[in-house]
Design a protein around this ligand. Structure first.
Ligand SMILES: NC(=O)c1ccc[n+]([C@@H]2O[C@H](COP(=O)([O-])OP(=O)(O)OC[C@H]3O[C@@H](n4cnc5c(N)ncnc54)[C@H](OP(=O)(O)O)[C@@H]3O)[C@@H](O)[C@H]2O)c1
Length: 290
């Protein structure tokens, strides 16, 4: 039976990717189903080359969805060695081990590879220029993915699992304090289980190259917070717009002001685009507060 290995499987996206893989496998006939191997730090620390090589030799996966990363964007500025070690070198180990067993690799990357100065959405063929250590280390990870591998960039991820901005807004809403969100950073919020469906399809089809995959539509963090409050039945006038300069305390890692990724490759390939972010985020909020 074919095996699909997921790294970072207990993370925000990994949890939904494992669920999607298990759903797809169950839909197939027994002979065409696949075994899902969900791994995270305790089973498969990607910074340890020997561990990765041994695990891949034992499991012999055909497909690898490599989601593991050091994702604490601000902490990456001070813990630079950890950022390089997990996001760049760790990815090298995964690619080396995958090559050993002939597995196809899908690597998750980020809008933070861009500086956000363009006045239009970024296509897959625009030049990256990361502003932050996180963005630099994730771009270095992209460079480790050789010919035949797949890189999927996404942005502003939210979902059922782990900490994210939907949960932050809901928690602030429950208190009496102000809800201040920046209005000068734009992006496309992306719901993890929507992304998981397309990610799994691209992996099963053994696609290669670079794809931007986000929910459709754009907003600022201020617009996003208003939408979450409204979907939760709250008063959106409580949300106040501020500029990035007004954030207290200031964030150590610079963010791209324009994070919007045009899903050019997906669209031109005739593949289904993800739904509008408002629809998906609204449904997620209603699910989280039910
Ligand atoms: N979140 C976003 O807005 C966003 C946007 C664009 C792209 N992405 C990319 O999408 C992917 C998934 O993101 P996410 O939000 O699901 O992140 P996440 O919740 O932080 O999940 C990442 C997982 O990787 C694990 N991990 C860290 N170091 C590892 C190591 N050395 N070996 C094995 N596993 C390790 C983490 O474990 P610990 O929690 O124990 O460290 C965590 O379970 C990442 O590649 C990220 O760069 C995220």
């Amino acid at each position: 039976m074919m095996r699909v290995l997921v790294t970072g499987a207990r993370g925000q996206l990994g949890s939904d990717v494992v669920a999607e893989l298990e759903r797809r496998s169950a839909e197939r006939t027994r002979s065409r189903g696949f075994e899902v191997i969900a791994s995270d730090v305790p089973e498969l620390d990607i910074t340890d080359r020997d561990t990765v090589m041994t695990a891949f030799s034992a499991y012999e996966p055909s497909l690898v969805l490599h989601l593991a990363a050091f994702t604490a964007v601000d902490a990456c500025e001070t813990e630079r060695d950890r950022a390089w070690s997990v996001n760049a070198l760790g990815t090298r180990h995964v690619v080396e081990a995958a090559r050993l067993v002939g597995a196809h690799v899908t690597y998750l990357s980020t809008d933070y590879v861009f500086d956000g100065t363009l006045d239009r959405p970024y296509t897959e063929w625009d030049e990256p220029n990361p502003l932050s250590m996180y963005g630099r280390s994730k771009l270095a990870g992209e460079h480790e993915i050789g010919a035949g591998g797949l890189i999927v960039r996404t942005s502003w991820l939210v979902g059922r699992h782990g900490a994210n901005m939907v949960k932050t807004v809901l928690a602030l809403m429950a208190g009496d304090g102000p809800l201040r969100f920046v209005a000068d950073q734009r992006g496309s919020p992306t719901v993890a289980h929507d992304l998981a469906r397309t990610l799994v399809s691209l992996s099963l089809e053994r696609r290669s190259g670079l794809f931007h995959v986000t929910n459709q539509g754009t907003t600022s963090w201020f617009g996003f917070a208003c939408a979450v409050v409204e979907a939760a039945g709250g008063d959106a006038t409580r949300v106040e717009p501020i500029s990035t300069d007004e954030l207290v305390p200031p964030r150590p890692a610079p963010r791209p002001p324009n994070s919007v990724l045009d899903n050019t490759a997906l669209r031109l390939s005739g593949m289904a685009l993800l739904p509008d972010w408002r629809q998906s985020v609204g449904a997620l909020v209603r699910e989280l507060i039910a």
